[in-house]
Design a protein around this ligand. Structure first.
Ligand code: AMP
Ligand code: MG
Length: 469
């Protein structure tokens, strides 16, 4: 069932009702039925959403844009808000609530100079990126529906407009709190915090404590980033308006998954200083949490905020080590483990080896219980890896299971998404559907994961994108 979004009750300082202006000739191309059932939507709900978007029926829905601010590339911007998106309602599954959000449905009071549109290429990237992250077991917003359109919009060149329906546990971003804090509007800031307590069962255990709320948000953010690092995910635009309160990966712009391992990889061509490089992501996660801490500073003391930020470092380091030890199939702890992991990463970097494939290949090393590489340096590392495994008493089968369930066979590469986009521009979504199927289980060997694990040609490798969307 779709209900009117409760956020609307907060009033016009928070939201602005907007009639969508849908792109011309919207056509539903894809529908995510697995997701629909997980978030409590039945076929009638899906039909209602489709009719609303394509036939502009269903007047019960009350779409609105939300006001938020945010730090973009380190600079505070006092008014961002939904410039091309609208929340249309909420759905419920057990005690959990989910947001339904149109992206690309026309201008809003927050559009500034934008046209309120999303383009086909970026919408496809968001759909695939999010579904892949879900398959890779990383918390993320997702896409429920993908609509094509015949409308053309001006970017660097003319592009085709499209629209998606995005779902997430919440569209409340760090920037929603910053918006009221920097306006010195403590009353509405408190209203927003109380809304979080009243709406989300995940925050029941906070017992109304803002300190506990902040530390829960910090915890889930640190865990999310530890998962990104372990999968080689590069977000590209880690602004505080792109971080939500549940540590869900949010806002898929110029993202990439590492191909040749390079810690200094910057996936976003617009990020000239490398603020959001792969290696910087953990620090930026902390930076964003500290920006959120500042927004809570009317309610928490400086030392309370600092203690919770220290906790970020603890959680992040602990989870990162667990994630990488899982990638190596290790269950016990030895002092030298971080060095063993780092030594492997150093070799991958030096020899420009594929991050995803190199880790997955450890499955073969452990199966054979002998080194497999012809490269001397890698062979020596494999010997120390196997020696380390001698000290881990679990069975070989268990080690293989841990390695293969912690290292996917595939991650979506930008050159592959480009090919999907070229086909989609011609109205053919078959490769996109195939790719989405592959990400239903990217850890399992089958025809689909084999197909999408084929390496890129040299000129297709390590593709970067700009912010333009
Ligand atoms: P994003 O880069 O998608 O995180 O967007 C940053 C801000 O710019 C948000 O306030 C967006 O709503 C707004 N924005 C981005 N693209 C457009 C567009 N084409 N029209 C209107 N607003 C936009
Ligand atoms: Mg954004």
């Amino acid at each position: 069932m779709i209900s009117t979004h409760k956020y609307l009750n907060l009033g016009d300082k928070f939201t602005s009702l907007v009639n969508p202006n849908f792109p011309e000739n919207l056509t539903l191309e894809l529908i995510n039925t697995d997701l629909a059932s997980q978030i409590g939507l039945n076929n009638d709900d899906l039909k209602n959403i489709q009719d609303f978007c394509c036939k502009e029926k269903n007047k019960d829905l009350k779409p609105f844009a939300s006001a938020y601010a945010g730090h973009q590339f380190g600079q505070y911007v006092n008014q961002l808000g939904d410039g091309r998106g609208l929340l249309i309602g909420q759905s419920f599954a057990k005690d959990k609530v989910f947001d339904l959000f149109l992206k690309g449905s026309g201008i809003t009071p927050f559009s500034r100079f934008g046209d309120g549109r999303a383009i086909l290429k970026s919408s496809i990237r968001e759909y695939i990126g999010a579904e892949a992250m879900h398959g890779l077991r990383i918390p993320t917003s997702r896409s429920l529906m993908f609509f094509s359109s015949s409308e053309k919009v001006q970017r660097d060149q003319f592009e085709t407009a499209a629209m998606i329906i995005r779902t997430s546990k919440s569209h409340i971003r760090f920037g929603n709190f910053e918006y009221f804090y920097y306006k010195n509007d403590s009353e509405n800031l408190k209203k927003l915090i109380d809304y979080c307590f009243d709406t989300y069962s995940e925050f029941t255990e906070c017992d109304g404590s803002i300190k506990k709320l902040f530390s829960k948000i910090v915890d889930s953010t640190a865990s999310m980033i530890a998962s990104w690092q372990a999968l080689g995910f590069c977000h590209g635009v880690m602004n505080t308006d792109n971080f939500n309160i549940f540590g869900e990966t949010f806002d898929y712009g110029p993202f990439a998954f590492l191909e040749d391992y390079n810690p200094n990889f910057i996936c976003n061509l617009s990020d000239t200083s490398g603020r959001y490089s792969y290696a910087n992501q953990p620090y930026i996660g902390l930076w964003n949490c500290s920006a959120l801490g500042q927004a809570f500073s009317n309610f928490l003391s400086q030392s309370e905020i600092e203690d919770i930020l220290k906790y970020y470092e603890k959680i992040f380091s602990k989870k990162l080590l667990i994630n990488f030890k899982n990638k190596l199939g290790l269950t016990s702890s030895e002092e030298g483990d971080p060095n063993l992991i780092q030594a492997f990463l150093d070799i991958l970097h030096k020899k420009n080896l594929d991050f995803t494939k190199s880790f997955r290949d450890l499955e073969n090393v452990i199966k054979k219980e002998s080194p497999t590489s012809k490269d001397e340096e890698l062979r020596q590392w494999q010997i120390s890896f196997l020696k380390r495994h001698d000290k881990d008493s679990i069975s070989l089968n268990k080690k293989i299971r841990i390695i293969s369930s912690s290292n996917p066979i595939i991650t979506p590469k930008n050159f592959q998404i480009d090919k999907v986009n070229m086909q989609a521009e011609e109205g053919d979504f078959s490769t996109m559907e195939k790719m989405l199927d592959a990400y239903k289980d990217p850890f399992i060997k089958n025809d689909l994961t084999s197909e999408f694990s084929l390496p890129p040609k040299n000129d297709e490798k390590n593709k970067r994108l700009s912010c333009a969307s």
